[in-house]
Design a protein around this ligand. Structure first.
Ligand code: FAD
Length: 317
């Protein structure tokens, strides 16, 4: 079922969902299931599965280092299919522009169609670790809007290069990313919102936000988006802070602000166990206020270990 249908069917009740990251290549999928199992108590209507950018590795070949490209966390669509069937829940694979040609994207979408996956999250992806700026794959998309258009074309029965008629048109519900504190490359929040409007006009059905730690930023973003004519659901993305290093890492990587009260509370923690508890309590307060404000879904970035998301959800659902 589509994410937007789950939201309509809930008739104003806030839903619970979360995002997982595929295991590192070579690791067993069981650990992922062990982390998903407890969260099923809160009836998530859908679970997102991220896609990682490819990266360079250096292979020692008779004393010479050979530069090769690989994906360290492959398997997004396979994991979506396995979770969908194991838990009888909808899954949302993240589909990236970065690292994929348009043709490869078409094959991913066709796989999703065969697997009965009804939703995809259309994202540009970040720059590769070695790059300063995002560079599209040769023959790939530069911006998420173009990816949304490709998916929308498939929804209208149009493949990339051939007019093979489709017996059943694709009918993907398309999610896109939104940034309450603007995307790090955008010159201003207003111009970033215009780009978001372009994604919605191209066919995006809903928005999931980047993490934020001050709900006011989300409320103002939703207001500004409405003024811009964006009328699709805007789902808040919540990340519980988990380690002290997040104080530097999150603002540096995502260009987001942290409230001083949160910084002080984390600074006063003696170890990461205490930080994890502060992160849980902060996320509970954030979630309670957002739920009271009637957000459609509370979407948690679980990043592997789910014990903190469990503690938060237990207070709310
Ligand atoms: P876009 O919407 O293409 O925007 C990128 C930048 O370009 C913005 O600054 C925008 O303002 C600007 N822009 C857009 N269109 C134009 C235009 N026509 N001309 C000029 N500028 C333009 N990354 C992953 O690698 N894997 C994931 O699974 C993943 N999941 C995510 C889930 C969520 C909910 C979020 C919020 C982010 C996720 N990301 C993921 C990170 C995302 O890929 C990065 O934030 C990326 O840098 C931007 O992606 P986007 O889809 O927002 O890009």
């Amino acid at each position: 079922m589509k994410v937007t249908d789950h939201i309509s069917n809930a008739q104003g009740k806030t839903l619970f969902s979360f995002e997982i990251v595929p295991p590192v290549k070579g690791k067993n999928i069981q650990e992922l299931y062990n982390n998903i199992d407890p969260l099923m108590e809160f009836n998530p209507p859908f679970i997102d599965v991220t896609t990682s950018r490819e990266e360079y590795v250096y292979v020692n070949k008779e004393g010479l280092l050979d530069k090769k490209i690989t994906r360290m966390r492959p398997g997004t669509v396979g994991i979506c299919a396995s979770i969908k069937h194991k838990y009888n829940v909808d899954t949302v694979p993240h589909v990236l522009c970065g690292g994929f040609t348009k043709e490869e994207t078409e094959y991913v979408l066709v796989d999703c169609q065969y697997l009965g996956i009804d939703n995809v999250m259309a994202l540009r992806g970040d720059a590769m670790r070695e790059e300063q700026y995002f560079t599209p794959a040769k023959g790939g998309h530069t911006y998420a809007t173009q990816l949304v258009s490709q998916i929308q074309n498939l929804n209208s029965g149009q493949y990339l290069h051939d007019d093979t008629p489709m017996e059943n048109n694709a009918d993907f519900c398309i999610g896109v990313a939104g940034y309450p504190e603007k995307h790090l490359e955008a010159p201003s929040l207003q111009s970033d919102l215009k780009r978001l409007k372009e994604k919605v006009d191209a066919g995006a059905d809903y928005v999931v936000t980047q993490m934020f730690f001050d709900n006011q930023k989300y409320f103002e973003f939703v207001e500004a988006a409405k003024k811009m004519g964006i009328n699709v659901p805007i789902i808040p993305g919540i990340k519980p802070m988990a380690v002290k290093r997040h104080l530097q890492l999150l603002p540096q990587v995502f260009k987001i602000d942290l409230p001083q009260d949160l910084i002080d509370a984390v600074d006063n923690c003696e170890n990461n166990k205490a930080v994890r508890q502060v992160g849980i309590e902060w996320a509970i307060q954030q979630s309670k206020e957002l739920k009271k404000a009637g957000v459609p879904v509370l979407h948690y970035y679980s990043m592997g270990k789910s014990d903190n998301v469990y503690s938060i959800a237990k207070e709310l659902f």
